[in-house]
Design a protein around this ligand. Structure first.
Ligand SMILES: NC(=O)c1ccc[n+]([C@@H]2O[C@H](COP(=O)([O-])OP(=O)(O)OC[C@H]3O[C@@H](n4cnc5c(N)ncnc54)[C@H](OP(=O)(O)O)[C@@H]3O)[C@@H](O)[C@H]2O)c1
Length: 335
């Protein structure tokens, strides 16, 4: 049985608020191996804004429904489906186009289940940022309990998950932000040190950590900020760049690369999902993270929720700097 539901679509790329359309969309038929999901909540991430503006690493064929992640309740299953049932709460498979009320997916792509109780808004953010934090801490360099890690954009959602996961793994974090007044925010998220970015970051971090050697720097900003992180690293340390927030090239002095053996590398969750992980590895990582989220040990601040009908206001809000948390869509919060 098909129904006409509300959805967001974009048919061209450009300024996000200009290209998103709020439309009626017929839900796809549910095949024998499919599951229909009623979307409870879906995040608006920087990568979604890059996709809408045409500058992300993978672009969908247009027209497309934006939204790479979300959570929902199974509303119907095909006759061959055994891994989920009507009423189950599940992570919507990556890149399904979640900014809509209903989505039909291959049931075998559903890998993560959540309990009925708990905050769907927190669960909706599991697909992208928590495993990115996990990859950054687990796949770049070997870290031991007690080791220090430094990151910038420390108050971002990824930044908060890095602090919380680091705490779970016994690591200590220096959290660099670009504005004053975020010390309490960083402490509440489990961070050890908060520092405002700047050319003298290396000296200030050395004072704050007692000169502890730092093997890993996590860079979401690029530009000059990359050099500021390099200044904080021990010789032989690694910078893992995973974001392009400054829209500038990563800058590191050759002296650091040559004489101090500083390495600059990149981390992209999409490559891990599509190329570098097995279904078993993905299942293990998402199950671990789902447990932490369900227990409240991993969470990200949320500044606002919007119904789909206010999609232009929602993407404009998400693109604004100096937010106090994520902007989340609640697609079924209105008719
Ligand atoms: N490589 C991957 O696989 C991967 C996966 C997930 C996310 N990411 C990237 O991770 C980054 C964080 O994502 P998120 O969803 O956690 O972000 P978010 O919660 O939406 O927060 C955005 C953060 O970016 C900061 N920011 C914005 N513009 C900036 C600039 N020009 N210079 C320095 N900081 C700036 C903000 O600081 P203020 O609060 O001061 O405005 C805030 O800390 C993004 O770049 C995203 O694309 C990468």
């Amino acid at each position: 049985m098909t129904a006409t539901k509300k959805a967001v679509q974009f048919s061209r790329t450009g300024n996000p608020a200009d290209v998103v359309e709020y439309i009626d969309m017929e839900t796809a038929p549910v095949g024998d191996d499919d599951a229909l999901i009623d979307v409870e909540a879906a995040a608006i991430n920087p990568s979604h804004l890059l996709t809408l503006s045409g500058s992300y690493g993978v672009q969908p064929e247009l027209p497309a429904v934006p939204g790479a992640e979300g959570i929902g309740i199974i509303g119907e299953v095909g006759k061959n489906v055994t891994n989920v049932k009507v009423g189950d709460r599940v992570m919507i498979p990556p890149y399904s186009g979640t900014w809509r009320q209903q989505v039909v997916v291959k049931a075998s792509d559903i890998a993560v289940m959540f309990p009925e109780e708990g905050d769907p808004v927190q669960m909706a953010m599991i697909m992208a940022n928590p495993p990115t934090a996990w990859l950054l801490l687990k796949s770049v360099v070997d870290l031991e309990p007690g080791d220090w890690v430094i990151q910038n954009a420390g108050n971002s959602a990824v930044g908060q998950y890095v602090m919380q996961l680091a705490g779970i793994y016994g690591l200590k974090t220096v959290n660099v932000v670009r504005r004053e007044g975020l010390e309490d925010f960083v402490t509440a998220a489990g961070g050890d040190v908060c520092a405002v970015d700047g050319p003298d970051l290396g000296e200030r971090v050395k004072a704050a950590t007692g000169g502890a050697p730092i093997k890993l720097a996590i860079d979401a900003v690029a530009g000059e900020a990359t050099q500021h992180l390099a200044d904080c690293l021990a010789d032989g340390g690694t910078i893992a760049n995973y974001g392009l927030l400054s829209k500038q090239p990563c800058q590191v002095w050759p002296d650091d690369i040559i004489f101090r053996e500083i390495t600059l590398t990149g981390v992209w969750l999409t490559l891990w999902l599509r190329k570098y992980s097995t279904p078993e590895e993905r299942h293990a990582v998402y199950s671990e993270l789902a447990g932490y989220i369900a227990e409240g040990r991993m969470h990200a601040a949320v500044e606002a929720t919007y119904p789909l009908s206010q999609i232009k206001e929602a993407v404009t809000h998400a693109a604004r700097g100096e937010r106090n948390g994520k902007v989340i869509l609640l697609p079924n919060s209105e008719g």
